[in-house]
Design a protein around this ligand. Sequence first.
Ligand code: TYM
Length: 387
Amino acid sequence: MDQANPNDQAPGAEDFRVTPWEVEGEVDYGKLIEKFGTQPISQELLQKINRMTGEVHPMLKMGYFFSHRDFDWVLDKKEKGEDFYLYTGRGPSGMVHMGHIMPWIFTKYLQDKFKSNLLFQLTDDEKFLYSQDRTREQVERFTYENILDIIAVGFNPRRTKIIVDSKHIQHLYPIATEVAKRITFSTARSVFGFTNSTNIGMIGFPPIQAAPCFLPSAMEGKPVPVLIPAAIDQDPYWRMTRDVADRMGYYKPAQIHSKFLPGLGMLGKMSSSKPETAIFTSDDPEVVDKKISTAFTGGQPTVALQRELGANALGCPVFWYLRYFFDSEKQSDERMLRCKSGNLLCGECKSDLSKATKPFIVEFKKRREKAKDVVEEFMFDGKPFEK
Ligand code: TYM
């Protein structure tokens, strides 16, 4: 049995539930902003980014990154000459799929644009604790495989350090205990939905994921702003962490939240627990073809009906996958119009998606192979980053 069933966040009137461990139902991102108390990304903020970097990344422009906390504050600090660190992560529960790498691609863009140092955490402890069926050996293997994916994204080796919880715990533990001391079980239960049957490892874990928010400050001996790009499922960790930051003498960590890349099935985010609807960076081209050819779409039952009534692009994972990953905004808008008006059939979109995904994966796999030679270069060593 898996741990931490957040009963108090069960799908109710809203019919969706988002926790760090499960996303169920059709997510209403507007409602999530209200529920989690975050800020939408405003036009003003986009203009500011444009001013500072000379462009607006398509993931921002298309609303894939849709919400934030204090991103504007981090940019203000940067404008005044105070650098910020980036922090993101991965729970090594399986191979990496295309959904996971979306926030990492965006993180790399931020690293390049703002010349930021990046801490990348792998929570092997979390993933071992979460599932009763998972062994340490499995988690260790996925940790190594996932590190290859992280490096393949192309992060700057001089500005990136990978932290594996079980290997680098001595650097996290002093901060984690400072965090843990300030959080009651009652708060953890309401933030994460822990119940009496949650194992105590999971209950004690959240401060370990909080620790890298403050590690840059500990490394530099002064409060340092930290920005976390990730999908919104990780937000409960940051709510908890922000709550204790002041009392620890640190800045609150800032976040920029993305939506989820949908799986190729009827509902829900791309998830390793539904491998037939997820495209993994390690999949062979024939497997990619097969998964895409059997993908759910927003199409009508027959070609004749589709020509007559048009199809539902917004409810189609193939459309979203193309929009977020491969189409330009213009191409995607045109695709939607042609789809809605019945001038585009699902087979064509599937074929476009296959054609775009296969070379991407082939190239990514080559980069994963090359990554094997430089793993050590990326590992956290406790030393400050080069200035
Ligand atoms: P994990 O391994 O569940 O997810 C890794 C990253 O991928 C994002 N994500 C997705 N993004 C888009 N579409 C999807 N379908 C999708 N599924 C997952 C997650 O939001 C995350 O950014 N506990 C964390 C590991 C972690 C972490 C962090 C993540 C430790 N420190 C700091 C983000 C930031 C976990 O299990 O992530």
